[in-house]
Design a protein around this ligand. Structure first.
Ligand code: FMN
Length: 249
């Protein structure tokens, strides 16, 4: 069943994302999936600090199944070229490695409605790409593979043994990484688009068959002048997703 618009918490105040976050709450409320970055380069030491902090995430019996492949400069450019070539040739992998999402027509409610609302926000209202303009959508989609212009790209993988638990653990690591980035005034975009082309990633980054490609992550300073540099999305109200059993004071 579609969620009535009245029940959404679209109006909840979201602080602007520009400056660095100084609390977890601020990091959470100012994190956006940023799709327009400045080319400002990042120091390796800074990226290593971010990764070290994110690795404080919990995992099953402290197994820490995540792995990160960091790309910048020439290797990042060459990777994008190859990904675009595969995209243009329609060479998506037959199996994505893990089932991140159903096919476009297979989404159940209320997710179908929420996904459509997000598509409308991103394409029509922000980019002016009208429904049915496949070329316009493709033009934007392509930019995923150059990490939306971010100076640093990451490919997050996890151990395939056992996969389900490792996916949860790696998801916690991903969130920690995105929140820590906000503390440095940096922004991110998680990108499942990469998993369609995991054979290309395996070739470029020497990823073994024992690793599953979870997603990409763009990392850099947001271009706040660009409409895709600070796109705030709504959330459902707590009453829509939480059920309380028993009395709380
Ligand atoms: C695992 C994961 C994969 C995603 N993949 C993509 C992607 O490939 N391209 C993209 O533009 N956004 C991607 N997103 C971003 C979502 O669209 C975004 O999180 C959602 O619309 C909510 O917006 P927000 O992150 O700005 O709060 C992904 C998000 C997650 C968590």
């Amino acid at each position: 069943m579609a969620v009535p618009a009245d029940d959404r918490s679209d109006e909840s105040p979201v602080p602007p994302a520009g400056r660095a976050a100084s609390s977890v709450t601020e990091a959470l409320c100012t994190r956006r999936s940023v799709r327009a970055f400045l080319p400002t380069p990042l120091a390796r030491e800074l990226v290593e600090d971010l990764l070290a902090t994110a690795s404080r995430s919990p995992s099953n019996s402290n197994t820490q199944p995540w792995r990160v492949h960091v790309v910048a400069g020439e290797p990042k450019r060459r990777l994008a070229e190859d990904l675009w070539e595969s995209l243009d040739a329609g060479q998506r992998a037959a199996q994505p490695g893990y089932p991140y999402q159903p096919g476009p027509d297979e989404w159940a409610e209320p997710y179908r409605t929420r996904r459509a609302a997000f598509g409308d926000q991103l394409y029509r209202r922000t980019l002016g790409v009208q429904p049915g303009d496949g070329e316009g959508r493709d033009r934007h989609h392509r930019r995923n593979y150059e990490f939306f212009g971010a100076p640093v790209g990451m490919i997050l993988t996890t151990s395939a043994h056992p996969l389900a638990g490792a996916l949860v653990d790696a998801g916690l690591f991903l969130q920690a990484l995105m929140l820590t980035a906000r503390e440095y005034g940096l922004d991110t975009c998680p990108q499942a688009s990469f998993i369609d082309f995991h054979p290309v990633l395996r070739r470029h980054l020497d990823i073994s068959d024992d690793e599953i490609v979870i997603c990409g992550l763009a990392l850099g300073y947001a271009d706040r002048e660009h409409p895709l540099g600070d796109l705030a999305t709504p959330r459902e109200s707590v009453a829509r997703f939480a059920t309380f059993h028993g009395d709380l004071t």
